[in-house]
Design a protein around this ligand. Structure first.
Ligand code: ARG
Length: 655
């Protein structure tokens, strides 16, 4: 049972004679932060008092008089200015735990009104290897899908692959000019990726060549300004405004220099490679050449289509391998290419309905809430990313009739989705809830987007390998320092390191508020203490080692249906935390934020650790107390395992 939700319902009834409570008023009934004030606390009397112009303590008394919570709580207490403090009855706690213990699902019920969700996540462009930028969408999307499914919604997880368009134009172009047939036959993905990188570098080079003049100028300009300001500050050292301007200017100079360094590096990458340089000189219009390969693919040119058909299975197989490694599976994978044949009709329909119109030869959807229109067909006839997304909404709506479509995509695409949703609503999809589940950037410890030392994007698989290496070191360190000497075989150490390493990478991402940027740190993510996967794994393994040491058959324990006894406050604290699992899931899904679930699990593990320090379990006497404590251990282990599995993370029995 979700106790918080139940209490809010009881308050709703008690508040009604005073005023029909709105959601904000009911939100004031919360878990209390400090156990001295009970388990739950309601601040609504103060707010009501203000609205009704009466003393808050009177209001609190009136509420308490009507509040019917005797089956759940001890008699409510009024404290301070009019806080209502609630303490759960031990019998209620015991009842909840007994129920959870009997139930496969830890007594988390299915939602009363299941909805159908399409979750668009991961969605990489398949022509290039997966990199660090793909982690967040994949991991957050996977956690959201698993959690929605667990509580009983229908979920279609769809990997909207970028399997069409510019990237393939690049590979086709590259293949024609640089590919080595033998290498392709032996290692197709590696060869395609090499070819892709070359074309990418050439395109960047051309763009950088055009940019470098401006880039140098702006550095020179800003440096000149900086010189002047510094001189001024020297004469007026006490001028605060001037000092502030100087600081801002320094930042701008820093940014401009950094930008210039990037531009220079992109030029150098080709200038230092005689072959590439030669090629670049012979193809000054490489961008147009690539575009024309893309256009030919789109137009159905048989040669380009044949190449695309030849490349695609290899690209897909490659990313599948990575998904298998991290245990991510989709319900379907309808990439951009799937929608290509529908785009013409989408544009025609939008024009017929007067939602799109022609402007300077292109077709656009004008949206009053945006300055610039949404382009859906270019002057040269090419369709765009947005056109495909419109076709995708239409297809999803017709195929699955979803209540909601969630797009787990980074924050830089928020304008795209804003426009897309506005256009879709006008097109007739106003009933479908369209949500951009946005997330921030993965940063390096220097606060800039995470890159390798040489400035390249970080390959996802290398990241996984490194996480496993680090986890292995932690596992060995922990095992070696056991009082009775190491317990694990080499093989066990490696298996554990794999689970822990993958877990670390996922958990680090999920435990951060998704909308902020987060700093990637291997050291932090495999740390044994703090809110990390390693700590969670360790806590779980601890529960299992209790059973192993005591030769406890947990099934038999559950069948004995022991009753909770709270001899120590730590037992009660742990019990309370255990019955809050359902609350945590509800909170997680409210705004699709897995960090609420990690925070809950971390809180649970912390309470368990305090309990275990304070209370003997295997040596507890009498038998009933021992069983009650074993029940707490069992439920803790099961809740951690279930919670982590909703995050796509496995557990280990030993560590
Ligand atoms: N492939 C896109 C990219 O890498 C992300 C696609 C997100 N999903 C969507 N329906 N637009 O930027």
């Amino acid at each position: 049972m979700n106790i918080l939700a139940a209490l809010r319902e009881r308050f709703r009834a008690a508040l009604r004679p005073l005023m029909e409570p709105d959601a904000a008023l009911l939100e004031m009934i919360r878990c209390s932060q400090d156990p001295r004030f009970g388990d739950y606390q309601a601040n609504c009397a103060m707010s009501l008092a203000k609205r009704l112009g009466r003393p808050p303590r009177d209001i609190a008394q009136e509420i308490v008089k009507r509040l019917d919570v005797a089956d759940l709580c001890e008699p409510p207490e009024i404290a301070g200015a009019g806080f209502i403090n609630l303490r759960l009855r031990e019998s209620c706690l015991a009842e909840q735990l007994a129920r959870a213990s009997r139930d496969e699902r830890l007594s988390v019920p299915h939602v009363r009104q299941p909805r159908t969700f399409v979750v668009d996540y991961s969605s990489p462009n398949v022509a290039k290897p997966m990199h660090v930028g793909h982690i967040r969408s994949t991991v957050i999307g996977d956690a959201i899908c698993r959690t929605l499914k667990f509580v009983g919604h229908t979920v279609i997880g769809d990997n909207h692959l970028g399997d069409w368009g510019t990237q393939f134009g690049m590979i086709i172009f590259g293949y024609r000019h640089f590919a080595d047939e033998d290498r392709f036959a032996r290692e197709p993905v590696r060869e395609l990726s090499r070819v892709y990188q070359r074309v990418h570098r050439l395109l960047e080079y051309q763009a950088a060549r055009e940019e470098i003049g401006r880039s140098e100028e702006s550095v020179a300009l800003l440096e000149g300004l900086l010189g002047q300001r510094e001189a001024e500050v020297a004469t007026r050292p006490d001028d605060k405004n001037l000092a502030k301007e100087l600081r801002e200017l320094r930042d701008r100079v820093e940014d401009a220099r950094e930008k210039r360094a990037g531009t220079r590096a992109r030029i150098a990458a080709v200038a230092h490679d005689a072959d590439l340089l030669h090629f670049a000189e012979a193809h000054p219009g490489i961008e147009e050449e690539v575009l024309s390969e893309t256009a030919r693919l789109h137009a159905g040119d048989p040669e380009n289509l044949a190449l695309w058909n030849r490349f695609l299975p290899h690209c897909k197989q490659e990313i599948k391998r990575v998904y298998d490694r991290i245990d991510v599976r989709f319900d379907c994978e309808l990439g951009e290419s799937f929608y290509h044949d529908r785009l013409e009709a989408v544009v025609a329909d939008l024009k017929r309905l007067d939602i799109a119109r022609e402007s300077e030869g292109a077709d656009c959807v004008f949206l009053p809430e945006y300055d610039s229109p949404m382009l859906i067909r270019k002057k040269d006839g090419a369709f765009l990313y947005a056109t495909t997304d419109l076709a995708t909404i239409q297809y999803r709506a017709e195929t699955w009739r979803p209540d909601a479509i969630l797009y787990v995509v980074d924050h830089r695409q928020s304008e795209h989705f804003g426009k897309l949703f506005a256009a879709a609503r006008r097109w007739g999809y106003a009933d479908v809830e369209l949500r951009h589940i946005s997330f921030g950037t993965v940063l390096g410890e220097d606060g800039r987007p995470y890159r390798t030392r040489s400035g390249d994007v970080v390959d996802l698989e290398e990241l996984l390998d490194e996480a496993i290496r680090r986890a292995y070191a932690v596992v060995c360190g922990n095992d070696d320092s056991k009082p009775g000497g190491p317990e694990l075989t080499e093989e066990q150490r490696q298996t554990i390191a794999r689970t822990v390493g993958h877990a670390a990478l996922k958990y680090a991402d999920l435990s951060h508020n998704r909308t902020s940027d987060y700093v990637f740190s291997f050291d932090k993510m495999v740390a044994m203490d703090g809110n990390t996967a390693t700590y969670m794994q360790y806590s779980y393994a601890r529960t299992q080692s209790i059973f192993a040491r005591g030769a406890i058959d947990t099934r038999a324990l559950r069948d004995r249906a022991p009753r909770l006894t709270c001899a120590e406050p730590e037992e009660r604290d742990l019990a309370i935390e255990l019955i809050r699992f359902e609350e945590a899931l509800e909170k997680t899904l409210e705004d699709y934020r897995p960090n609420f679930l990690t925070a809950y699990l971390y809180g649970l593990a912390t309470k368990f650790s305090k309990f275990y320090q304070q209370c003997d379990v295997l040596r507890a006497d009498p038998e009933a107390l021992r069983d009650s404590r074993l029940l707490l251990c069992d439920l803790t282990g099961r809740t951690i395992r279930q919670g982590l599995s909703l995050l796509g993370i496995g557990v280990v029995d030993k560590m």
